[in-house]
Ligand binder design. Structure first.
Ligand SMILES: N[C@@H](CCC(=O)N[C@@H](CS)C(=O)NCC(=O)O)C(=O)O
Length: 155
């Protein structure tokens, strides 16, 4: 695994799209793919989940948000319908009083599932995996699970 320097984050709206972050993630993925454990057939199980017609969740997101990407990927993998609200972070939509009431940290993502209102992408992923376990986000093997968690913690 490549050594990853965690980028110091400011409050700039374009943080998540910075080129050096993209480069670090690219290097980490290419390293990971060469030695990562194999996983089950996600595509097939995800399609099955979509056919099960699960209810819809609401996601507040932004197209350049790395933290939001991972939630969108998990929702799609699990075949969960999601009604997306796109905030334009560079225009400051996240600071609107209406959004601040939902997410006092004023960042994306925020996930609403019925009466449940959640923030922080990794906490959202864990919630989705616990509430909608099929297909699982993590492989069965302990080492493989640690590997995937490590990848998810790269920012
Ligand atoms: N650790 C948080 C990070 C959330 C975060 O920083 N989101 C960025 C987009 S990736 C954001 O909304 N930034 C708005 C701002 O900095 O004003 C998570 O994983 O959800």
């Amino acid at each position: 695994m490549v050594a990853v320097q965690v980028a110091t984050r400011g409050r700039g709206a374009a943080d998540c799209a910075e080129r050096h972050v993209a480069e670090v993630v690219k290097r980490a993925w290419s390293s990971a793919w060469s030695s990562a454990p194999t996983s089950s057939n996600y595509a097939q199980t995800s399609a099955t989940a979509a056919l099960q017609g699960r209810g819809s969740v609401k996601l507040y997101t932004y197209y350049r948000s790395q933290a939001s990407f991972r939630v969108r990927i998990a929702l799609n993998l699990k075949g969960l319908a999601h009604d997306d609200t796109f905030l334009h972070l560079e225009k400051g939509d996240q600071f609107a009083a209406e959004y601040k009431a939902l997410n006092p940290q004023m960042v994306v993502p925020t996930l609403i599932d019925g009466d449940v209102k959640l923030f922080q992408s990794l906490a959202i992923l864990e919630y989705l995996d616990e509430k909608y376990p099929e297909p699982p986000l993590l492989p069965a093997d302990a080492a493989a699970r640690a590997w995937v968690r490590g990848l998810a913690l790269i920012t």
